[in-house]
Design a protein around this ligand. Structure first.
Ligand code: GDP
Ligand code: MG
Length: 596
Protein backbone atom coordinates (compact mmCIF):
# COMPACT_ATOMS: atom_id res chain seq x y z
CA UNK A 1 0.00 0.00 0.00
CA UNK A 2 1.16 3.49 -0.89
CA UNK A 3 2.06 5.25 2.35
CA UNK A 4 0.46 8.48 1.16
CA UNK A 5 -2.94 6.76 1.32
CA UNK A 6 -2.52 5.36 4.84
CA UNK A 7 -3.92 7.01 7.97
CA UNK A 8 -3.28 5.38 11.34
CA UNK A 9 -5.26 6.65 14.31
CA UNK A 10 -6.41 5.66 17.76
CA UNK A 11 -9.33 6.71 19.88
CA UNK A 12 -8.64 8.16 23.32
CA UNK A 13 -11.56 8.10 25.71
CA UNK A 14 -12.45 7.66 29.35
CA UNK A 15 -14.18 4.38 30.20
CA UNK A 16 -17.83 4.46 29.08
CA UNK A 17 -17.48 7.57 26.97
CA UNK A 18 -18.31 5.46 23.90
CA UNK A 19 -15.06 4.42 22.27
CA UNK A 20 -16.22 0.91 21.44
CA UNK A 21 -19.59 2.14 20.21
CA UNK A 22 -18.03 4.70 17.88
CA UNK A 23 -15.58 2.05 16.65
CA UNK A 24 -18.57 -0.20 15.91
CA UNK A 25 -20.17 2.55 13.78
CA UNK A 26 -16.90 3.06 11.91
CA UNK A 27 -16.72 -0.65 11.10
CA UNK A 28 -20.30 -0.59 9.88
CA UNK A 29 -20.10 2.59 7.79
CA UNK A 30 -16.95 1.44 6.05
CA UNK A 31 -18.56 -1.90 5.25
CA UNK A 32 -15.97 -3.91 7.18
CA UNK A 33 -18.73 -5.47 9.23
CA UNK A 34 -22.18 -5.95 7.72
CA UNK A 35 -25.37 -5.02 9.54
CA UNK A 36 -26.13 -8.70 9.92
CA UNK A 37 -22.85 -9.61 11.59
CA UNK A 38 -22.82 -6.59 13.82
CA UNK A 39 -23.18 -6.92 17.55
CA UNK A 40 -22.36 -4.38 20.22
CA UNK A 41 -18.72 -3.67 21.00
CA UNK A 42 -17.53 -5.83 18.15
CA UNK A 43 -13.86 -5.36 18.90
CA UNK A 44 -14.05 -6.33 22.56
CA UNK A 45 -13.40 -10.00 22.03
CA UNK A 46 -12.78 -11.31 25.48
CA UNK A 47 -15.87 -12.09 27.56
CA UNK A 48 -14.78 -9.87 30.37
CA UNK A 49 -14.28 -7.00 27.96
CA UNK A 50 -17.78 -7.47 26.61
CA UNK A 51 -19.35 -7.60 30.04
CA UNK A 52 -17.42 -4.95 31.85
CA UNK A 53 -16.94 -2.77 28.82
CA UNK A 54 -13.21 -2.50 29.50
CA UNK A 55 -10.72 -2.97 26.72
CA UNK A 56 -7.75 -4.93 28.03
CA UNK A 57 -5.92 -5.70 24.82
CA UNK A 58 -5.32 -3.48 21.85
CA UNK A 59 -7.05 -4.12 18.56
CA UNK A 60 -5.99 -2.98 15.15
CA UNK A 61 -8.49 -3.00 12.34
CA UNK A 62 -7.96 -1.98 8.75
CA UNK A 63 -10.82 0.14 7.49
CA UNK A 64 -11.14 1.30 3.89
CA UNK A 65 -12.58 4.80 3.44
CA UNK A 66 -13.27 6.62 0.20
CA UNK A 67 -13.07 10.39 0.11
CA UNK A 68 -13.41 12.40 -3.11
CA UNK A 69 -13.10 9.24 -5.15
CA UNK A 70 -9.79 8.17 -3.56
CA UNK A 71 -9.64 5.05 -1.42
CA UNK A 72 -7.65 5.42 1.77
CA UNK A 73 -6.55 2.71 4.17
CA UNK A 74 -7.31 3.61 7.76
CA UNK A 75 -5.60 1.74 10.56
CA UNK A 76 -7.83 2.04 13.63
CA UNK A 77 -6.11 1.06 16.83
CA UNK A 78 -8.18 0.49 19.93
CA UNK A 79 -6.15 0.81 23.11
CA UNK A 80 -6.76 -0.31 26.66
CA UNK A 81 -8.34 2.66 28.34
CA UNK A 82 -7.11 2.24 31.87
CA UNK A 83 -4.38 3.65 34.01
CA UNK A 84 -2.80 0.26 34.75
CA UNK A 85 -1.97 -0.18 31.09
CA UNK A 86 -0.17 3.10 30.44
CA UNK A 87 2.80 1.42 28.83
CA UNK A 88 0.62 -0.53 26.39
CA UNK A 89 -1.25 2.67 25.58
CA UNK A 90 2.01 4.51 24.91
CA UNK A 91 3.11 1.81 22.45
CA UNK A 92 -0.26 1.88 20.67
CA UNK A 93 0.02 5.69 20.39
CA UNK A 94 3.49 5.26 18.95
CA UNK A 95 1.89 3.21 16.16
CA UNK A 96 -0.36 6.12 15.11
CA UNK A 97 -0.09 9.58 13.58
CA UNK A 98 -3.45 10.81 14.85
CA UNK A 99 -5.75 10.48 17.83
CA UNK A 100 -9.47 11.01 18.11
CA UNK A 101 -10.13 12.53 21.52
CA UNK A 102 -13.60 11.23 22.33
CA UNK A 103 -15.47 12.88 25.18
CA UNK A 104 -18.93 12.08 26.50
CA UNK A 105 -21.02 15.22 25.96
CA UNK A 106 -22.90 14.58 29.20
CA UNK A 107 -19.74 14.22 31.30
CA UNK A 108 -16.87 16.24 29.90
CA UNK A 109 -13.20 15.43 30.19
CA UNK A 110 -12.05 12.99 32.86
CA UNK A 111 -8.65 12.40 34.43
CA UNK A 112 -7.94 9.33 32.35
CA UNK A 113 -8.74 11.14 29.11
CA UNK A 114 -6.41 13.95 30.05
CA UNK A 115 -3.45 11.74 30.84
CA UNK A 116 -3.87 9.85 27.57
CA UNK A 117 -4.28 13.13 25.72
CA UNK A 118 -1.03 14.47 27.18
CA UNK A 119 0.65 11.27 26.13
CA UNK A 120 -0.71 11.66 22.58
CA UNK A 121 0.55 15.26 22.48
CA UNK A 122 3.96 14.04 23.69
CA UNK A 123 3.96 11.62 20.76
CA UNK A 124 3.20 14.54 18.39
CA UNK A 125 -0.08 13.04 17.26
CA UNK A 126 -2.64 15.17 15.46
CA UNK A 127 -5.61 15.46 17.82
CA UNK A 128 -9.19 15.48 16.56
CA UNK A 129 -11.52 16.49 19.41
CA UNK A 130 -14.98 14.90 19.34
CA UNK A 131 -18.00 15.05 21.62
CA UNK A 132 -20.01 11.82 21.68
CA UNK A 133 -23.55 10.98 22.83
CA UNK A 134 -25.05 14.21 21.47
CA UNK A 135 -28.32 12.29 21.04
CA UNK A 136 -28.83 12.28 24.81
CA UNK A 137 -31.12 14.99 26.23
CA UNK A 138 -28.66 15.55 29.08
CA UNK A 139 -25.79 16.30 26.67
CA UNK A 140 -24.21 19.73 27.11
CA UNK A 141 -22.09 19.96 23.95
CA UNK A 142 -21.59 23.74 24.10
CA UNK A 143 -20.28 23.71 27.63
CA UNK A 144 -17.93 20.78 27.09
CA UNK A 145 -16.76 22.04 23.66
CA UNK A 146 -15.63 25.16 25.48
CA UNK A 147 -13.73 23.03 28.02
CA UNK A 148 -11.99 21.06 25.25
CA UNK A 149 -11.21 24.15 23.17
CA UNK A 150 -9.60 25.79 26.21
CA UNK A 151 -7.52 22.75 26.83
CA UNK A 152 -6.30 22.28 23.26
CA UNK A 153 -6.11 25.95 22.42
CA UNK A 154 -8.43 25.49 19.44
CA UNK A 155 -11.75 27.00 18.43
CA UNK A 156 -15.01 25.46 19.72
CA UNK A 157 -16.08 25.01 16.09
CA UNK A 158 -13.26 22.53 15.64
CA UNK A 159 -14.78 20.20 18.24
CA UNK A 160 -16.88 17.68 16.31
CA UNK A 161 -20.21 16.36 17.55
CA UNK A 162 -21.20 12.74 17.00
CA UNK A 163 -23.42 10.00 18.30
CA UNK A 164 -22.04 6.51 18.33
CA UNK A 165 -25.56 5.35 18.95
CA UNK A 166 -27.32 6.91 15.95
CA UNK A 167 -24.22 7.22 13.77
CA UNK A 168 -24.71 10.98 13.37
CA UNK A 169 -21.46 12.77 12.49
CA UNK A 170 -19.38 9.59 12.12
CA UNK A 171 -18.96 9.97 8.32
CA UNK A 172 -17.73 13.51 8.81
CA UNK A 173 -15.32 12.21 11.44
CA UNK A 174 -13.83 9.68 8.99
CA UNK A 175 -13.48 12.38 6.31
CA UNK A 176 -11.71 14.60 8.79
CA UNK A 177 -9.31 11.83 9.78
CA UNK A 178 -8.34 11.48 6.12
CA UNK A 179 -7.82 15.24 5.76
CA UNK A 180 -6.02 16.00 9.01
CA UNK A 181 -4.09 12.95 10.15
CA UNK A 182 -0.69 12.90 8.42
CA UNK A 183 0.36 9.93 6.31
CA UNK A 184 3.17 7.79 7.75
CA UNK A 185 6.69 8.86 6.83
CA UNK A 186 8.80 5.73 7.22
CA UNK A 187 11.61 4.81 4.86
CA UNK A 188 10.32 2.00 2.59
CA UNK A 189 13.84 1.20 1.38
CA UNK A 190 15.46 0.90 4.82
CA UNK A 191 15.95 -2.39 6.68
CA UNK A 192 12.64 -3.51 8.17
CA UNK A 193 11.59 -2.17 11.56
CA UNK A 194 8.20 -3.09 12.99
CA UNK A 195 6.94 -1.98 16.39
CA UNK A 196 5.11 -4.59 18.47
CA UNK A 197 2.23 -2.76 20.15
CA UNK A 198 0.39 -5.76 21.54
CA UNK A 199 0.42 -9.54 21.63
CA UNK A 200 -2.70 -11.57 22.06
CA UNK A 201 -3.25 -15.25 22.76
CA UNK A 202 -5.71 -16.87 20.38
CA UNK A 203 -6.75 -20.43 21.16
CA UNK A 204 -6.70 -21.41 17.47
CA UNK A 205 -3.74 -19.46 16.18
CA UNK A 206 -1.43 -19.19 19.18
CA UNK A 207 0.14 -15.80 19.83
CA UNK A 208 -0.93 -13.10 17.40
CA UNK A 209 1.45 -10.15 17.47
CA UNK A 210 0.17 -6.74 16.37
CA UNK A 211 2.73 -4.65 14.57
CA UNK A 212 3.14 -1.27 12.97
CA UNK A 213 5.64 -1.32 10.13
CA UNK A 214 7.79 1.76 10.57
CA UNK A 215 10.49 1.24 7.93
CA UNK A 216 11.03 -1.28 5.15
CA UNK A 217 8.99 -4.35 4.40
CA UNK A 218 8.33 -7.79 5.86
CA UNK A 219 7.44 -10.61 3.51
CA UNK A 220 5.75 -13.88 4.41
CA UNK A 221 8.29 -16.66 5.12
CA UNK A 222 11.23 -14.35 5.82
CA UNK A 223 13.08 -15.14 9.03
CA UNK A 224 12.65 -12.37 11.61
CA UNK A 225 14.44 -11.21 14.73
CA UNK A 226 13.04 -9.61 17.89
CA UNK A 227 15.67 -7.00 18.59
CA UNK A 228 15.36 -6.58 22.39
CA UNK A 229 14.83 -10.24 23.22
CA UNK A 230 17.38 -11.33 20.61
CA UNK A 231 15.27 -14.28 19.47
CA UNK A 232 14.78 -15.48 15.90
CA UNK A 233 11.56 -16.85 14.40
CA UNK A 234 10.16 -18.17 11.16
CA UNK A 235 6.75 -16.53 10.94
CA UNK A 236 3.87 -18.79 10.07
CA UNK A 237 1.78 -15.96 8.68
CA UNK A 238 1.47 -12.21 8.35
CA UNK A 239 -1.51 -10.14 7.41
CA UNK A 240 -4.08 -7.52 8.32
CA UNK A 241 -7.21 -7.57 10.45
CA UNK A 242 -10.41 -6.44 8.75
CA UNK A 243 -12.23 -7.48 10.92
CA UNK A 244 -10.91 -11.07 10.78
CA UNK A 245 -7.32 -12.01 10.11
CA UNK A 246 -6.53 -11.90 6.41
CA UNK A 247 -3.12 -13.26 5.39
CA UNK A 248 -1.09 -11.08 3.03
CA UNK A 249 2.17 -11.58 1.12
CA UNK A 250 3.88 -8.60 2.68
CA UNK A 251 3.50 -5.63 5.02
CA UNK A 252 5.12 -2.38 3.96
CA UNK A 253 6.18 0.84 5.67
CA UNK A 254 3.29 2.60 7.39
CA UNK A 255 1.03 -0.43 7.47
CA UNK A 256 -0.54 -1.90 10.59
CA UNK A 257 -1.04 -5.66 10.71
CA UNK A 258 -0.21 -8.85 12.50
CA UNK A 259 2.39 -11.57 12.47
CA UNK A 260 2.14 -15.09 13.83
CA UNK A 261 5.54 -16.36 14.86
CA UNK A 262 4.58 -19.60 16.55
CA UNK A 263 5.75 -18.54 20.02
CA UNK A 264 3.85 -20.07 22.92
CA UNK A 265 3.17 -17.11 25.20
CA UNK A 266 3.09 -13.33 25.04
CA UNK A 267 6.27 -13.02 27.10
CA UNK A 268 8.17 -14.14 24.01
CA UNK A 269 6.65 -11.42 21.88
CA UNK A 270 6.97 -8.33 24.01
CA UNK A 271 5.06 -5.11 23.67
CA UNK A 272 7.47 -2.39 22.61
CA UNK A 273 10.03 -4.71 21.01
CA UNK A 274 11.17 -4.14 17.42
CA UNK A 275 10.97 -6.81 14.72
CA UNK A 276 13.60 -6.74 11.97
CA UNK A 277 14.70 -9.12 9.23
CA UNK A 278 17.34 -11.67 10.17
CA UNK A 279 18.94 -11.39 6.72
CA UNK A 280 19.02 -7.60 6.69
CA UNK A 281 19.01 -6.26 10.24
CA UNK A 282 18.25 -2.70 11.27
CA UNK A 283 21.04 -0.95 13.20
CA UNK A 284 18.90 0.33 16.03
CA UNK A 285 15.64 -0.89 17.56
CA UNK A 286 12.80 1.62 17.79
CA UNK A 287 13.03 3.61 21.02
CA UNK A 288 10.80 3.22 24.08
CA UNK A 289 11.02 -0.48 24.92
CA UNK A 290 10.41 -1.25 28.58
CA UNK A 291 9.82 -4.31 30.67
CA UNK A 292 6.76 -3.40 32.72
CA UNK A 293 7.22 -4.12 36.43
CA UNK A 294 4.46 -5.16 38.79
CA UNK A 295 3.55 -2.37 41.20
CA UNK A 296 1.07 -4.12 43.44
CA UNK A 297 1.27 -7.52 45.12
CA UNK A 298 -1.36 -9.66 46.75
CA UNK A 299 -1.69 -13.26 47.93
CA UNK A 300 -4.36 -15.34 46.20
CA UNK A 301 -5.54 -18.45 48.03
CA UNK A 302 -8.19 -20.99 47.07
CA UNK A 303 -10.84 -21.14 49.79
CA UNK A 304 -10.89 -24.88 49.24
CA UNK A 305 -7.22 -25.88 49.38
CA UNK A 306 -7.91 -28.83 47.08
CA UNK A 307 -8.21 -26.23 44.29
CA UNK A 308 -4.54 -25.27 44.55
CA UNK A 309 -3.44 -27.27 41.45
CA UNK A 310 -6.32 -25.77 39.48
CA UNK A 311 -5.27 -22.29 40.56
CA UNK A 312 -1.75 -22.94 39.29
CA UNK A 313 -3.07 -24.18 35.96
CA UNK A 314 -5.40 -21.20 35.64
CA UNK A 315 -2.59 -18.71 36.34
CA UNK A 316 -0.39 -20.47 33.79
CA UNK A 317 -3.16 -20.06 31.22
CA UNK A 318 -3.75 -16.37 31.98
CA UNK A 319 -0.03 -15.76 31.79
CA UNK A 320 -0.04 -16.90 28.15
CA UNK A 321 -1.90 -13.70 27.33
CA UNK A 322 -0.65 -11.42 30.08
CA UNK A 323 3.07 -10.76 30.18
CA UNK A 324 2.69 -8.43 33.18
CA UNK A 325 1.22 -11.04 35.51
CA UNK A 326 3.80 -12.64 37.83
CA UNK A 327 3.24 -15.21 40.57
CA UNK A 328 5.06 -17.61 42.83
CA UNK A 329 3.77 -20.18 45.33
CA UNK A 330 3.19 -18.97 48.87
CA UNK A 331 2.22 -20.82 52.02
CA UNK A 332 0.20 -19.16 54.72
CA UNK A 333 -0.54 -20.43 58.22
CA UNK A 334 -4.01 -18.98 58.02
CA UNK A 335 -4.91 -19.60 54.40
CA UNK A 336 -2.93 -22.64 53.31
CA UNK A 337 -1.39 -22.91 49.85
CA UNK A 338 -1.69 -20.13 47.32
CA UNK A 339 0.27 -17.72 45.16
CA UNK A 340 1.87 -14.36 45.69
CA UNK A 341 0.90 -12.42 42.58
CA UNK A 342 2.24 -9.18 41.13
CA UNK A 343 0.04 -6.82 39.14
CA UNK A 344 0.41 -3.56 37.22
CA UNK A 345 -2.22 -1.95 39.40
CA UNK A 346 -5.54 -2.45 41.11
CA UNK A 347 -7.65 -2.84 38.00
CA UNK A 348 -5.24 -5.40 36.62
CA UNK A 349 -5.56 -7.24 39.93
CA UNK A 350 -9.35 -7.09 39.82
CA UNK A 351 -9.44 -8.35 36.25
CA UNK A 352 -7.21 -11.30 37.06
CA UNK A 353 -9.21 -12.32 40.15
CA UNK A 354 -12.44 -11.95 38.29
CA UNK A 355 -11.26 -14.09 35.40
CA UNK A 356 -9.98 -16.73 37.80
CA UNK A 357 -13.37 -17.03 39.41
CA UNK A 358 -15.48 -16.60 36.32
CA UNK A 359 -13.58 -18.50 33.66
CA UNK A 360 -11.95 -21.10 35.87
CA UNK A 361 -14.60 -21.52 38.57
CA UNK A 362 -12.13 -20.84 41.39
CA UNK A 363 -13.27 -19.59 44.76
CA UNK A 364 -10.49 -17.34 46.01
CA UNK A 365 -9.56 -15.05 48.86
CA UNK A 366 -6.98 -12.35 48.37
CA UNK A 367 -4.88 -10.66 51.02
CA UNK A 368 -4.72 -6.87 51.21
CA UNK A 369 -2.65 -5.49 48.31
CA UNK A 370 0.76 -4.02 49.05
CA UNK A 371 3.55 -2.30 47.13
CA UNK A 372 7.30 -2.99 47.07
CA UNK A 373 9.48 -1.49 49.82
CA UNK A 374 13.23 -1.11 49.98
CA UNK A 375 14.39 -1.73 53.50
CA UNK A 376 17.90 -0.89 54.73
CA UNK A 377 18.90 -2.33 58.11
CA UNK A 378 21.27 -0.87 60.69
CA UNK A 379 23.75 -3.63 59.77
CA UNK A 380 23.79 -2.27 56.22
CA UNK A 381 21.90 -5.10 54.56
CA UNK A 382 19.29 -4.20 51.95
CA UNK A 383 16.00 -5.98 51.32
CA UNK A 384 13.32 -5.74 48.64
CA UNK A 385 10.06 -6.46 50.44
CA UNK A 386 7.15 -7.52 48.23
CA UNK A 387 5.31 -9.25 51.01
CA UNK A 388 4.94 -8.05 54.62
CA UNK A 389 6.12 -11.49 55.74
CA UNK A 390 9.48 -10.96 54.07
CA UNK A 391 10.07 -7.94 56.28
CA UNK A 392 13.51 -8.45 57.87
CA UNK A 393 13.94 -8.92 61.63
CA UNK A 394 16.15 -6.50 63.50
CA UNK A 395 16.83 -2.77 63.57
CA UNK A 396 15.58 -0.87 60.56
CA UNK A 397 17.55 2.13 59.36
CA UNK A 398 15.46 3.29 56.44
CA UNK A 399 12.40 2.29 54.46
CA UNK A 400 11.77 3.65 50.99
CA UNK A 401 8.34 3.44 49.38
CA UNK A 402 7.14 4.15 45.81
CA UNK A 403 5.35 7.44 45.24
CA UNK A 404 2.67 8.21 42.68
CA UNK A 405 1.75 11.41 40.92
CA UNK A 406 -2.04 11.56 41.09
CA UNK A 407 -4.30 13.80 39.02
CA UNK A 408 -7.86 14.23 40.19
CA UNK A 409 -10.61 15.99 38.27
CA UNK A 410 -13.63 17.03 40.29
CA UNK A 411 -16.53 19.47 40.26
CA UNK A 412 -15.43 22.45 42.35
CA UNK A 413 -17.90 21.84 45.20
CA UNK A 414 -15.88 18.75 46.17
CA UNK A 415 -12.47 20.44 46.34
CA UNK A 416 -12.55 20.47 50.16
CA UNK A 417 -13.59 16.82 50.37
CA UNK A 418 -10.84 15.78 47.97
CA UNK A 419 -8.23 17.78 49.91
CA UNK A 420 -9.27 16.12 53.18
CA UNK A 421 -9.12 12.69 51.63
CA UNK A 422 -5.70 13.25 50.07
CA UNK A 423 -4.34 14.62 53.32
CA UNK A 424 -5.59 11.51 55.13
CA UNK A 425 -3.64 9.48 52.61
CA UNK A 426 -0.39 11.37 53.12
CA UNK A 427 -0.85 13.33 49.88
CA UNK A 428 1.14 16.47 49.13
CA UNK A 429 -0.77 18.99 47.12
CA UNK A 430 0.77 20.44 44.01
CA UNK A 431 -1.00 22.80 41.65
CA UNK A 432 -4.68 23.10 40.89
CA UNK A 433 -6.14 24.26 37.58
CA UNK A 434 -9.64 25.19 36.54
CA UNK A 435 -10.67 23.28 33.40
CA UNK A 436 -13.87 25.30 33.30
CA UNK A 437 -15.62 27.51 35.86
CA UNK A 438 -17.18 24.35 37.35
CA UNK A 439 -14.40 21.78 37.23
CA UNK A 440 -10.86 21.63 38.53
CA UNK A 441 -7.88 19.39 38.06
CA UNK A 442 -5.84 18.82 41.23
CA UNK A 443 -2.32 17.42 41.33
CA UNK A 444 -0.96 15.42 44.23
CA UNK A 445 2.06 13.38 45.16
CA UNK A 446 1.03 10.46 47.27
CA UNK A 447 2.52 7.17 48.42
CA UNK A 448 1.47 4.47 45.97
CA UNK A 449 0.48 2.27 48.92
CA UNK A 450 -2.13 4.84 49.95
CA UNK A 451 -3.68 4.76 46.49
CA UNK A 452 -3.80 1.01 46.07
CA UNK A 453 -5.59 0.35 49.30
CA UNK A 454 -9.03 1.94 49.13
CA UNK A 455 -8.40 5.43 47.85
CA UNK A 456 -10.40 5.16 44.66
CA UNK A 457 -13.57 3.91 46.35
CA UNK A 458 -13.36 6.66 48.93
CA UNK A 459 -12.78 9.30 46.30
CA UNK A 460 -15.86 8.14 44.45
CA UNK A 461 -18.01 8.07 47.57
CA UNK A 462 -16.90 11.49 48.82
CA UNK A 463 -17.58 13.13 45.47
CA UNK A 464 -20.86 11.33 44.73
CA UNK A 465 -19.09 9.52 41.90
CA UNK A 466 -18.10 12.71 40.07
CA UNK A 467 -14.35 12.76 40.57
CA UNK A 468 -11.97 10.84 38.37
CA UNK A 469 -8.45 9.73 39.16
CA UNK A 470 -5.34 9.02 37.20
CA UNK A 471 -1.97 8.13 38.68
CA UNK A 472 1.44 6.93 37.64
CA UNK A 473 4.51 5.93 39.55
CA UNK A 474 6.74 8.92 40.14
CA UNK A 475 9.84 8.19 42.16
CA UNK A 476 10.15 7.13 45.77
CA UNK A 477 10.60 8.53 49.24
CA UNK A 478 11.77 7.49 52.68
CA UNK A 479 8.89 7.10 55.10
CA UNK A 480 8.27 6.17 58.71
CA UNK A 481 6.72 2.77 58.12
CA UNK A 482 6.34 -0.17 60.44
CA UNK A 483 5.19 -3.74 60.13
CA UNK A 484 2.23 -4.59 62.29
CA UNK A 485 1.67 -8.26 63.16
CA UNK A 486 -1.53 -9.77 64.44
CA UNK A 487 -1.16 -12.59 66.98
CA UNK A 488 -3.62 -15.11 68.26
CA UNK A 489 -2.47 -16.56 71.57
CA UNK A 490 1.02 -15.40 70.81
CA UNK A 491 1.04 -16.98 67.37
CA UNK A 492 1.53 -14.68 64.38
CA UNK A 493 -1.13 -14.88 61.63
CA UNK A 494 0.83 -14.18 58.48
CA UNK A 495 -2.11 -13.15 56.30
CA UNK A 496 -2.78 -10.11 58.50
CA UNK A 497 0.71 -8.69 58.77
CA UNK A 498 0.75 -5.29 57.15
CA UNK A 499 3.23 -2.52 56.45
CA UNK A 500 1.66 0.77 57.48
CA UNK A 501 2.66 4.29 58.41
CA UNK A 502 3.56 4.59 62.08
CA UNK A 503 0.68 7.03 62.64
CA UNK A 504 -1.79 4.46 61.38
CA UNK A 505 -0.35 1.40 63.10
CA UNK A 506 -2.52 1.73 66.18
CA UNK A 507 -5.75 2.16 64.19
CA UNK A 508 -4.90 -0.87 62.08
CA UNK A 509 -4.10 -2.95 65.17
CA UNK A 510 -7.30 -2.02 66.95
CA UNK A 511 -9.43 -2.64 63.88
CA UNK A 512 -7.99 -6.09 63.17
CA UNK A 513 -8.03 -7.33 66.78
CA UNK A 514 -11.65 -6.18 67.24
CA UNK A 515 -12.69 -7.83 64.02
CA UNK A 516 -11.06 -11.13 64.88
CA UNK A 517 -12.53 -11.10 68.39
CA UNK A 518 -15.96 -10.95 66.82
CA UNK A 519 -15.25 -13.62 64.25
CA UNK A 520 -13.44 -16.29 66.26
CA UNK A 521 -15.72 -18.53 68.31
CA UNK A 522 -15.13 -18.87 72.05
CA UNK A 523 -13.25 -21.95 73.18
CA UNK A 524 -12.52 -23.77 76.44
CA UNK A 525 -9.83 -21.25 77.38
CA UNK A 526 -9.17 -17.56 77.14
CA UNK A 527 -7.63 -16.38 73.84
CA UNK A 528 -5.66 -13.16 73.61
CA UNK A 529 -5.63 -11.40 70.24
CA UNK A 530 -2.84 -8.86 69.91
CA UNK A 531 -1.38 -6.41 67.47
CA UNK A 532 2.37 -5.89 67.69
CA UNK A 533 5.21 -3.92 66.18
CA UNK A 534 8.16 -6.26 66.64
CA UNK A 535 7.86 -7.39 70.26
CA UNK A 536 5.86 -4.35 71.38
CA UNK A 537 2.13 -4.97 71.81
CA UNK A 538 0.06 -2.01 70.59
CA UNK A 539 -3.48 -3.39 70.89
CA UNK A 540 -5.17 -6.28 72.60
CA UNK A 541 -8.55 -7.96 72.72
CA UNK A 542 -9.54 -11.08 74.60
CA UNK A 543 -11.96 -13.82 73.71
CA UNK A 544 -13.28 -15.09 77.01
CA UNK A 545 -13.36 -18.81 77.74
CA UNK A 546 -16.46 -20.80 76.92
CA UNK A 547 -18.07 -22.11 80.08
CA UNK A 548 -21.10 -24.10 79.07
CA UNK A 549 -21.10 -27.08 76.82
CA UNK A 550 -22.73 -26.29 73.48
CA UNK A 551 -25.05 -29.20 73.93
CA UNK A 552 -26.44 -27.73 77.11
CA UNK A 553 -28.52 -25.53 74.89
CA UNK A 554 -30.37 -28.65 73.80
CA UNK A 555 -31.03 -29.83 77.33
CA UNK A 556 -34.02 -32.10 77.29
CA UNK A 557 -34.52 -31.38 73.63
CA UNK A 558 -35.09 -34.10 71.11
CA UNK A 559 -32.22 -36.26 70.01
CA UNK A 560 -32.32 -35.38 66.30
CA UNK A 561 -31.68 -31.76 67.04
CA UNK A 562 -28.71 -32.76 69.14
CA UNK A 563 -27.36 -34.94 66.40
CA UNK A 564 -27.76 -32.21 63.85
CA UNK A 565 -25.83 -29.83 66.02
CA UNK A 566 -23.03 -32.34 66.45
CA UNK A 567 -22.89 -32.96 62.71
CA UNK A 568 -22.77 -29.27 62.07
CA UNK A 569 -19.88 -28.95 64.48
CA UNK A 570 -18.10 -31.79 62.74
CA UNK A 571 -18.54 -30.22 59.31
CA UNK A 572 -17.24 -27.00 60.74
CA UNK A 573 -14.15 -28.75 62.07
CA UNK A 574 -12.99 -29.74 58.63
CA UNK A 575 -12.34 -26.14 57.77
CA UNK A 576 -10.69 -25.34 61.08
CA UNK A 577 -7.13 -24.15 61.24
CA UNK A 578 -5.15 -25.00 64.30
CA UNK A 579 -3.08 -22.11 65.55
CA UNK A 580 -1.19 -23.30 68.58
CA UNK A 581 -4.06 -24.68 70.65
CA UNK A 582 -6.63 -22.41 69.13
CA UNK A 583 -9.04 -23.66 66.51
CA UNK A 584 -10.02 -20.95 64.11
CA UNK A 585 -12.55 -21.52 61.36
CA UNK A 586 -11.06 -20.52 58.05
CA UNK A 587 -14.21 -18.49 57.44
CA UNK A 588 -13.13 -16.16 60.25
CA UNK A 589 -9.91 -15.31 58.42
CA UNK A 590 -11.74 -14.89 55.17
CA UNK A 591 -14.37 -12.65 56.70
CA UNK A 592 -11.70 -10.55 58.41
CA UNK A 593 -9.83 -10.12 55.14
CA UNK A 594 -12.77 -9.46 52.87
CA UNK A 595 -14.40 -6.70 54.89
CA UNK A 596 -11.32 -4.63 54.24
P1 GDP B 1 -16.15 2.63 26.05
O1 GDP B 1 -15.93 2.17 27.46
O2 GDP B 1 -15.57 3.99 25.83
O3 GDP B 1 -15.73 1.65 25.02
O4 GDP B 1 -17.73 2.88 25.92
P2 GDP B 1 -18.84 2.01 25.21
O5 GDP B 1 -18.78 2.15 23.74
O6 GDP B 1 -18.84 0.63 25.76
O7 GDP B 1 -20.14 2.83 25.67
C1 GDP B 1 -20.50 2.97 27.03
C2 GDP B 1 -22.00 3.10 27.13
O8 GDP B 1 -22.44 4.30 26.49
C3 GDP B 1 -22.76 1.98 26.46
O9 GDP B 1 -23.89 1.67 27.24
C4 GDP B 1 -23.17 2.57 25.12
O10 GDP B 1 -24.34 1.97 24.62
C5 GDP B 1 -23.39 4.02 25.48
N1 GDP B 1 -23.14 4.91 24.33
C6 GDP B 1 -22.02 4.99 23.59
N2 GDP B 1 -22.13 5.95 22.64
C7 GDP B 1 -23.37 6.48 22.79
C8 GDP B 1 -24.09 7.52 22.11
O11 GDP B 1 -23.62 8.17 21.17
N3 GDP B 1 -25.34 7.81 22.59
C9 GDP B 1 -25.90 7.14 23.60
N4 GDP B 1 -27.12 7.46 23.98
N5 GDP B 1 -25.25 6.16 24.27
C10 GDP B 1 -24.01 5.83 23.86
MG1 MG C 1 -14.72 -0.14 25.20
Amino acid sequence: TNQALIRNFCIIAHIDHGKSTVADRILQLSGVVSQREMHDRFLDRMDIEQERGITIKSQAVRVPWVKDGVEYTLGMIDTPGHVDFTYEVSRALEACEGAVLLVDATQGIEAQTLSNLYMAIDHDLTIIPVLNKIDLPSAEPDRHAEEIANLLGCDTSEVMRVSGKTGEGVRELLDRIVTEVPAPKGDPAAPARALIFDSVYDSYRGIVTYIRMVDGELKARQRIRMMSLGTVHDPVELGVISPDMIATKALGAGEVGYVITGVKDVAQSKVGDTITLESRQADEPLPGYRDPQPMVYSGLFPIDNAQFPELREALDKLKLNDAALVYEPETSVALGFGFRCGFLGLLHMEIVSERLSREFGLDLISTAPNVTYQVTMEDGSEHMVKNPNEFPEGKVKRIVEPVAAADIITPKEFIGAVMDLCQDHRGQMGTMEYLSPERVEMHYRMPLAEIVFDFFDQLKSRTKGYASLDYHEDGEQAADLVKVDILIQGEKIDAFSSIVHRDKAYTYGVMMTKKLRELIPRQQFEIPIQAAIGSRIIARETIRALRKDVLAKCYGGDITRKRKLLEKQKAGKKRMKLLGHVEVPQEAFIAALSTG
